[in-house]
Design a protein. Sequence first.
Length: 321
Amino acid sequence: MVVACENGVPTHPPASQLSPGLTVFDAKPDFGINAAYVKNGRVIYIETRIGPTTPEAIRLNDPTAPLHEVDVRFVDQYGATFTAQMGGDGFIEQTWAAEMAANAGRAYTAAERTEDFVMSREAANAINAQMNAAMIEHVEPLLANTRVLPHEDPRLQARVKNLPTTSEVGYTNYTHYADLYKKCLVGCLGEHAAAYAWDYNQSTGTYDWSLNTCNHGTCAGSMSYYCTSSSVHTYQAQSYFTGDTTTSTGSRNGACCTNYNWNPGSGQHNSNDDAFYEMQQIKNGSRGSCSSTSTYSDGCSATYSCASGNGNGEFSGPCCL
């Protein structure tokens, strides 16, 4: 496994080089956190990065929106990301998406992955206990993304009970889900939306990764659930809607890559356009163009596009591609 460094300090040393519990290598409010958490000889790595200020219009209309766009990832001992948050249109640390793709499909058991998720919560709580108030923008998303784990979530568990078996489908079985979340803005004259992706690995019988998007405002997991779309039994071990299924770092990853503008009809994309572009990637199992004028229908009457900014204020659902 490649050992990453910040200021010369290794952030991914093996468990054998670390003491049990939490080790913080780096913690700066204007940069992020690099840490490791060891339990019973197993290690996970915790990283956060702070990005641009959340658009003022979003913060004025949504007092609970974060001050900055913040990225988070939890990495297992094999180098595979199993939980992440993306604050804006792409990861602040541009290598993250490629590393996630390069380490996809690592071998593990259901018990190991469940333990990774459990350790992520323990690590978040340990960081919360250790950090001072200046680090709150980094600590809060760590806590939020580990509050409910896959094996504890009734919705996640219910949706996989009736999946067909590998023999019925005939090929490798990974099922990718994209959950749409939203909240009202300005007395529901507008809405902010974001997507939460999950992958269920039927060969191990467990969820093996999640990705929570924020689309320049409140993150998906902190809003109201709206609907789910899925791509059942794909070949890819991981199909993040960061879009990078290769190990290249040159491509744009994430949501729409046109200019952002919260106002519908601006000719630039807003969070609703981002959300349905993210949903579309999971539904189709492919990235598509993040700058295209192609429209994405919500399955009812509304359409969204990365290049036209026509993501309307009112959802026409409940519809989900």
